[in-house]
Write a protein that binds this ligand. Sequence first.
Ligand SMILES: Cc1cc2nc3c(=O)[nH]c(=O)nc-3n(C[C@H](O)[C@H](O)[C@H](O)COP(=O)(O)OP(=O)(O)OC[C@H]3O[C@@H](n4cnc5c(N)ncnc54)[C@H](O)[C@@H]3O)c2cc1C
Length: 369
Amino acid sequence: MDRIAIIGGGPGGLLLARLLQLGGLSPVVFERDAHAGERPQGGSLDLHDETGQRAMRLAGLEAEFTTAARPEDQGDRLYDVDGTLLFDRNGPADDRPEIDRTILRQILLDALTPGTVRWGHRVLEITPADDGHALIGDRWCERFDVVVGADGAWSRVRPLLSHAVPAYEGVTLVELGFDVERHPAIDALTGSGKMFAVGNNRVLITQRNGLGHIRGYAGLRLDEATARNWQAVSPERVRAELREPFAEWAPALKEIIETGDFIAVRPLYALPVGHRWTSRSGLTLLGDAAHLMSPFSGEGVNLALADAVDLAEALTSGHGWQAVNGYEEAMAGRAAIAAVGAAQGLSGAFSSEGASPVLQHYLSRVNEH
Ligand SMILES: Cc1cc2nc3c(=O)[nH]c(=O)nc-3n(C[C@H](O)[C@H](O)[C@H](O)COP(=O)(O)OP(=O)(O)OC[C@H]3O[C@@H](n4cnc5c(N)ncnc54)[C@H](O)[C@@H]3O)c2cc1C
């Protein structure tokens, strides 16, 4: 299992590459982006102690993580549609420091041997070859013993292992950005971490990011065709479409829709809860490619990093594909539990009961501590 290809330079793929290098192997990461700064990498992520933070410790990157992380940004606020503050917690509920996704990716990139990532290498096809698998791109082809699909929601590797296809969850998030300096009202609304305003099957969210930024989301139930159409029209048209569903909301909350810099329309997709496949020598998956779920569990990146730890252990164990099979079993079990939580989180946030399921969730966490 000498020649290892990792498709996808997201957090999962990069951490796997780092751990394999620490284990004396020389993986190659194929990433479709032309360079690290090609696309905004998204908002803030909280790393959990036993999964994401543990992965950073095992990768020897605890100090880098601690320096860049923002433990002070773990507060939670909840408003109802009238703008009444129902819940306000300033301190952290758990030890789950936030880190910007772009910074996390850079820490992982800086830790790799130069040249590990082949930027601008979109993998178009994977075919069996006598001695492993061939990766085919635009005017390039290379053979590997092991191919790891760390290529996210729409993985090219997954169809070789499973017939599962991500299904639309009926909910779409419109992502918006704010500078604290230009948006003092949004700054005040957000508090010390994340704020949710929850109404009848609709939410407005803002979350503090690093470097004086806040990320916002307007979420609502939409059919898939409409969501796809919103991805194709102008930002001002999307903003106009959002006005009616949020018409009855407090003016201070509607500021989120009116003043945010438009970033993207994100329809949410998920793989079936408990997704697994029959193990096939030389091919495996990690992270979203294996268990895409809605972000309402807050587990996605933590699972991807935990997968990378377990898969690196299997690939360096000297026990052949049987060890990878063990990784696949453990990963599927762990992901199934999180996927149930993500589905419950989504149905709690987008219900006809307004803010009360989310309030119950916050109060139960307070009682746990
Ligand atoms: C709006 C939103 C908010 C979220 N919030 C949170 C949160 O708060 N906490 C949390 O834990 N998780 C959150 N998530 C989920 C989290 O982002 C993912 O679970 C995590 O990024 C998965 O990491 P990954 O490495 O598996 O895949 P990805 O991060 O998706 O990385 C995949 C990489 O593969 C590359 N790629 C894809 N196809 C190819 C190809 N054919 N060839 C070459 N390269 C390819 C992509 O360019 C990308 O770099 C959120 C997700 C969304 C959409």
